[in-house]
Ligand binder design. Structure first.
Ligand code: NAD
Ligand code: GLY
Length: 369
């Protein structure tokens, strides 16, 4: 396929993220991790692989063996796993390691892991010596369909999720679908929340396809997963190409996220998985859309049902509403002091709407049964 030399149809699809001279490919296929031709590495660059303690024993050696065989200079950094690792403290530790190893400005970071590794390693790449190159090799469904694409990098602050970050695009995203074989089922379901999101905001047909294929998708049917990942990447790539810095339309990708981020940070990072919180946030956003006379009741129910069918939480967390709303107010999206929410006019048609803080409090108070 194309200029690649990979045999045995390992590459299934390529999606381009069009960003002028920073345009890059998302390469999707099976068993791609050890295929160094895809990485486009130069023998003169130092390579630093950042991964976590769960992914490392599963996949790190596949890359390091290949790098070693070809004589590349490389080393790896392994962090603990989980959302709490997306911290400024870890940024400092990783930068310290890079400096002690005399990593230069023309080095390449490879982020091997889920969204936590991708966001953290990407942020380090964006600030180390004012920015160095990085590649995304996402190994969770969530990272393959969302976080590895589009250049948002960040770490968390105790007062808010992703509050310290930068836009920094990867040179390439290499999606090895085979890695999903080892993903725990709870993590797989969490990834499907972001897949459902794309259907809700921009592609009604995709939403219907997901409704009709829940079982295959949860059973990890290779063909179904490949299509779900490809379609999600296509939608994300198009949105990012049109509005890289979230001046307007990229905000639609935050459907469910203002509620979701607040739940995640209020519960304590790592208690709710990101996709679980987004799934519940989408239910709330759809219901609010319905109450505000936007989306019809049937579509609203379809959203609740699909979130439930994918095994994501649909019951109210035991949380204080005032605290939840205060957490929402820390979110980055505001207009005239009120949060800008992504609401739905129809399935596949989303809109950014500024909603009064009191209205949100009232909606949440009435929502709790
Ligand atoms: P994660 O990175 O914590 O990964 C989930 C768990 O799965 C971890 O324990 C990890 O070690 C493990 N794991 C990873 N790959 C595995 C594999 N192949 N087999 C077995 N275990 C594996 O979480 P995530 O869901 O990938 O990412 C969530 C993060 O992504 C959140 O911090 C969220 O804010 C961020 N995010 C960022 C963007 C963005 O645009 N940058 C978009 C969406 C989400
Ligand atoms: N996940 C939201 C974005 O990439 O913009």
């Amino acid at each position: 396929m194309g200029s690649f030399k990979i045999q045995n149809n390992k590459i299934l699809d390529q999606v381009e993220v069009k960003l002028g001279d920073r345009t890059y490919d998302i390469v999707i296929g099976n068993n791609l991790i050890e295929e160094l031709e895809i990485y486009n590495l130069s023998s003169s660059e130092q390579i630093v692989i950042i991964t976590d303690e769960v992914v490392s024993p599963l996949y790190l050696q596949k890359i390091t063996n290949a790098l070693g065989r070809l004589g590349f200079a490389f080393f790896s950094i392994t962090i603990a796993a989980g959302e709490t690792q997306k911290s400024l403290d870890n940024v400092g530790k990783i930068v310290g390691k890079l400096l002690s190893k005399k990593v230069s400005r023309d080095a390449m970071i490879i982020a091997l892991g889920g969204g936590v590794v991708g966001d953290l390693a990407g942020f380090v790449a964006s600030v180390y010596q004012r920015g160095i190159k990085f590649l995304q090799v996402p190994t969770t469904l969530l990272a393959q369909v969302d976080s590895s694409v589009g250049g948002k990098t960040a770490v968390n602050h105790s007062l808010g999720k992703n509050m310290i970050g930068a836009f920094h695009q990867p040179k390439k995203v290499i999606i090895d679908l085979a890695t999903l074989g080892t993903l725990p089922s709870r993590e797989l379901k969490s990834g499907y929340a972001e897949v459902i999101k794309y259907g809700c905001i921009l592609d009604k047909d995709f939403f219907s396809w997901l409704e009709n294929n829940v079982e295959n998708l949860l059973n990890r049917s290779a063909d179904h997963l490949a299509f779900a990942v490809k379609r999600s990447c296509e939608i994300k790539a198009e949105v990012v190409s049109l509005d890289e810095r979230e001046g307007n339309s990229r905000a639609l990708l935050n459907f469910g996220h203002t509620f979701g981020h607040a739940i995640e940070s209020l519960a304590g990072y790592g208690v709710w998985l990101h996709g679980e919180a987004v799934g519940f946030g989408m239910i709330l956003a759809a219901e609010l859309s319905n109450q505000m006379g936007l989306i019809d009741k049937n579509s609203n129910e379809r959203i609740r049902n699909i979130v439930a069918k994918f095994g994501l939480p649909v019951d109210w967390p035991n949380m204080d509403i005032n605290q939840l709303v205060e957490c929402m107010m820390v979110d980055k999206k505001f207009k005239n002091g009120n949060p800008k929410l992504i609401l739905l006019k129809d399935l596949g048609v989303a809109k950014v709407i500024s909603v009064n803080k009191n209205s949100i409090e009232k909606f949440l108070a009435n929502h709790i049964i």
